[in-house]
Design a protein around this ligand. Structure first.
Ligand SMILES: Cc1cc2nc3c(=O)[nH]c(=O)nc-3n(C[C@H](O)[C@H](O)[C@H](O)COP(=O)(O)O)c2cc1C
Length: 314
């Protein structure tokens, strides 16, 4: 299962694992894949600690970092926006609506205490500072979700000789990313946890590959609903250079999600939903009720056990 992405990243097989847990990142990289640490809610100080830990546990194998810099955000242009100042903008009607929605689907409402000066999630300047601090470590890929990465991020990648990846959920997104100069596209179908589009993986991956081919040779990683070696092989048969996985790792033994909430996740309900999805069997409809109904059939058919053996099973 060699592909151009293996040479680009210095890995044995083209399986990328997005996780907020450093343990998962190190375990996947040690096994010959490529772990990518979700760094959305880190500060330059906390990322320093996480990457030092990874360096100590990754046996010199390559790994990457993912940030979330939205191209469009309602607070664009505002300075010093904090969690607390955002909280103050939420109306009581909206709070009641959300509380009722969670209750309706049996999701426990949990709250997190944050410092008064905690910057808003997805703060571009903060993410760039985290990236800057990360380059003190041997990271081999930087990735961004929610739009074209800012020029400063693409320039940072070039300056350090590190490829820049971007998540896309539509052909139009992909074309814009290629024009902006990204090196790897993560083509993420709507089945994905934290998806960014409406099109399914099976449809989107070949559509993007065909659309970008005449423009530039950018390797495509398929994402969304991929849990087994068979699914990985199918994506590569469609022309993908490898796969980028997320939800499957939430139920792994190494994942910190198993033992409680994890600090790196902006949406505290996300891991709970995803764990249900990974563990769901064909008989487990009630436990999957909290996700969009159109995804349930795909999820129920997926098993989470085989991905680590993707190397041999495809
Ligand atoms: C709990 C959770 C949180 C996520 N957070 C991010 C994130 O912060 N940044 C990002 O680029 N992608 C994020 N993703 C999306 C993953 O990078 C990946 O594209 C997706 O999980 C792939 O689909 P799958 O979950 O079906 O494997 C998240 C996914 C999950 C499940």
């Amino acid at each position: 299962m060699k592909s151009p992405i293996c040479d680009m990243l210095g890995i044995e097989f083209p399986l990328l694992a997005f996780s907020h847990c450093r343990d998962v990142v190190a375990a996947v990289s040690r096994a010959g894949g490529f772990g990518v640490l979700g760094a959305t809610s880190h500060t330059p100080e906390s990322i320093e600690q996480e990457l030092k830990w990874i360096d100590d546990h990754v046996d010199g194998k390559p790994y990457g970092l993912d940030v979330l810099i939205p191209e469009n955000i309602s607070t664009a242009g505002e300075k010093n926006v904090t969690w607390k100042s955002l909280e103050a903008r939420i109306s009581s009607e909206h709070r009641a609506f959300t509380r009722n929605l969670l209750k309706k689907y049996g999701i426990e409402l949990t709250t997190t205490n944050v410092a008064d000066n905690q910057p808003q999630p997805f703060d571009a300047q903060c993410a760039l500072e985290v990236l800057d601090a990360s380059f003190r470590h041997p990271i081999r890929l930087i990735a961004n979700a929610l739009g074209v990465p800012p020029k400063a991020m693409i320039d940072m990648g070039k300056q350090h000789g590190v490829p820049v990846a971007a998540l896309v959920g539509a052909k139009e997104h992909a074309l814009r990313q290629v024009a902006a100069g990204v090196d790897v596209l993560v083509v993420q179908g709507t089945e994905a946890g934290g998806h960014c589009g409406e099109v399914s993986t099976m449809v989107l991956v070949p559509e993007v590959i065909k659309a970008i081919k005449p423009i530039r040779d950018v390797p495509v990683l398929a994402a969304g609903g991929i849990m087994t070696g068979r699914q990985m092989a199918a994506c590569m048969a469609m022309g993908a250079a490898g796969v980028w996985t997320g939800s499957v790792w939430l139920s792994r033994r190494a994942s910190c999600v198993r033992s409680g909430p994890m600090p790196g996740i902006a949406d505290p309900t996300a891991p709970v939903r995803c764990r249900c999805r990974c563990r769901a069997s064909s008989a487990a409809t009630p436990s999957t009720r909290s996700i969009a109904p159109q995804h349930q059939v795909m999820r129920r058919r997926a098993t989470s056990s085989a991905i680590l053996s993707a190397k041999g099973s495809a």
